[in-house]
Design a binder for this molecule. Structure first.
Ligand code: AKG
Length: 246
């Protein structure tokens, strides 16, 4: 459970960091499982999927995963290790008693070639009925630092509603807050130690920079909503057959 000051921080800033949520053994098991999964997935990716799932900045002949989708649905081991009663109690405290992870992602952000994620609001992607009922819990698998591309947040931006996003014409899925609106909220870095978690409200502006460092910045994000709430206006299609209810 969050204590009063953590709750107040989440409500005020729209995000909260909790270090040491999982121990090093759990983090090591998570890494081992992701490595197995990445190897299995690599073998079956089509050329088109490779453009989406691999880092496009890596040198010719080096294929590095940018992301893997739906770890909580696809990998029982990850579900069991990560979605513990302690984790669920945070979600229940913030958004409701019966929860759904309707989408989850592993962001690999590999050393040297990890690409940036521009400023965005999860709620523009997800289009929920109630903006206050989307919670992302982001687990740092490596130490996430300014050097290797930790998250940055616009403190208090969750109080400003959902803004229309734009996307480059050659990357229609890469939705972002228009620059002039993003500029109203200075983005502050939120480093998290491996095994720590970062929670954010679905409206909170956030981004991560590229990773030019020697160290990967892997993270696993879970997007929670209450079971009785619908996504009424999603910007992309979310596959209802892969939701996991808790
Ligand atoms: O990990 C990242 O770089 C982006 C994460 C993100 O946008 C999210 O978890 O909502």
């Amino acid at each position: 459970m969050l204590n009063e000051s953590q709750l107040a921080e989440y409500q005020d800033k729209g995000h909260l960091t909790i270090n040491r949520f999982y121990g090093p053994e759990t983090v090591a098991q998570v890494i081992a499982e992701i490595n197995i999964w990445a190897d299995e997935t690599r073998a079956e990716l089509s050329a088109e999927d490779q453009r989406w799932y691999f880092e496009q900045n890596a040198p010719e002949g080096i294929s590095l995963f940018r992301k893997l989708d739906n770890p909580i649905y696809n990998r029982e081991v990850l579900r069991r290790l990560i979605v513990t009663p302690e984790l669920l109690s945070l979600g229940k405290q913030l958004i409701g008693k019966a929860l759904t992870v309707f989408f989850s992602q592993v962001f690999m952000k590999p050393a040297k070639y990890g690409g940036p994620k521009p400023v965005h609001q999860d709620n523009y992607y997800f289009g929920p009925e109630d903006e206050d009922k989307v919670l992302t819990i982001w687990l740092a698998i490596d130490n996430a630092t300014v050097e290797n591309g930790c998250l940055y947040f616009g403190d208090g931006s969750h109080h400003t509603g959902v803004h229309q996003h734009v996307a480059p014409s050659d990357e229609p899925f890469n939705l972002m807050v228009p620059e002039e609106i993003a500029a109203e909220f200075p983005m502050t870095p939120a480093p998290v130690d491996a095994g720590g978690i970062s929670l954010h409200h679905g409206n909170t502006f956030h981004q991560s920079s590229e990773n030019k460092s020697e160290f990967p910045r892997r993270a696993l994000a879970m997007h929670f909503i209450p079971q009785d709430m619908n996504l009424i206006n999603p910007a992309l299609e979310y596959d209802q057959s892969v939701v996991v209810r808790f």
